[in-house]
Ligand binder design. Structure first.
Ligand code: CP
Ligand code: NVA
Length: 308
């Protein structure tokens, strides 16, 4: 049984296999409409149970389509409607029931401990649909999108992140190790990646380059990523933090300093990017969002032991 919790724990070989499969499947269904099932319906009869403890638009829709296109089905739960969310049932019992009824479990939560707890009590695969420390399905899909647009392995590109050191960046850092790409980060000193993340990078013999000046960070960049300055789990003075990121706003002037970079953003967006960039020619955010369906299909197949 294979879980999909953090890119750090999955081999580079398996991650590459997922991307290759997603590319094949995406090509094969060019003429199919949204709910038509892939040839062979590889997950026919399978139920994915999704649970969201936090808001979601893209992850919810893309997993719905992903399992449907593989021939299976899904049900979405909100933890506050369960006994678990009211404090009336343990994770162990909830996990037992989820494993009895379903074949896979996708969880979005603001507790990494909860993901681990579920993993320990489930007898079916668990997929992390965003936790405080990671957003692995998003970032694997983003690697796919970069290679699709740039038509090159990501290892041959300079990737840049302008923004907060959050869950998406943590997964991007993990991806930079797994896929061997250069990653430059531009953020205020106070918001640099934490020691744990930097130690992990060092242990894996890779380098990330951190700049407290956005203009320096984007120099040579082929791809610029960003995300909201305020994440779902941020419990800080929001106004103050936004102010501290003022010099890290992505506008046309900044993009011009890069190596003709494309712009990607996981969405939802905030003030970190100008409309001109976000809606401009260099931005591929809608393609990026839709690719999550394709990559998550191959993640599901990986978890169900059906990846070709
Ligand atoms: N990018 C992303 O995960 O979007 P949602 O929060 O809408 O799922
Ligand atoms: N960093 C953001 C990602 C949203 C998809 C958050 O955790 O809210």
């Amino acid at each position: 049984m294979k879980h999909f919790i953090n890119l750090k724990d999955i081999s580079a070989k398996d991650l590459r296999k997922i991307i290759v499969d997603a590319k094949k499947r995406k090509n094969l269904r060019k003429k199919l409409s949204t709910l038509e099932v892939d040839k062979g319906a590889p997950l026919k009869g399978k139920l994915l149970i999704q649970m969201f403890e936090k808001s979601s638009l893209r992850t919810r829709l893309s997993f719905y389509l992903a399992i449907k296109q593989l021939g299976g089905g899904t049900i979405t739960l909100r933890s506050n409607e369960l006994h678990l969310g009211q404090g009336g049932e343990s994770i162990a019992d909830t996990a037992k029931i989820i494993s009895t009824y379903g074949d896979g479990f996708m969880l979005r939560t603001d507790s990494d401990k909860k993901v681990e707890n579920f993993r320990n009590h489930l007898s079916i695969p668990i997929i992390n649909g965003l936790s405080p420390s990671s957003h692995p399905t998003q970032v694997l899909s983003d690697v796919f999108t970069v290679e699709e647009i740039k038509k090159k392995p990501i290892s041959k590109l300079n990737i840049c992140w302008i923004g907060d050191s959050n869950n998406v960046l943590d997964s991007l850092i993990a991806a930079s190790v797994k896929f061997s790409f250069k990653l430059s980060i531009g953020c205020p000193k106070k918001f640099e990646p934490g020691k744990k993340v930097r130690d992990w990078v060092r242990k894996n013999n890779t380098k990330i380059f951190i700049y407290n000046d956005a203009r320096k960070a984007v120099k040579e960049a082929d791809v610029i990523f960003s995300d909201k300055v305020i994440s779902l789990n941020d419990k800080i003075n929001k106004k103050k933090k936004i102010e501290q990121f003022k010099k890290f706003k992505i506008d046309k002037k900044l993009i011009k300093l890069s190596n003709n970079a494309i712009f990607l953003h996981c969405l939802p967006r905030g003030e970190e990017v100008s409309d001109e960039v976000f809606l401009g020619k260099k931005s591929h955010v809608w393609q990026q969002a839709l690719n999550r369906v394709h990559v998550q299909k191959s993640i599901l197949l990986y978890c169900f032991g059906k990846l070709r």
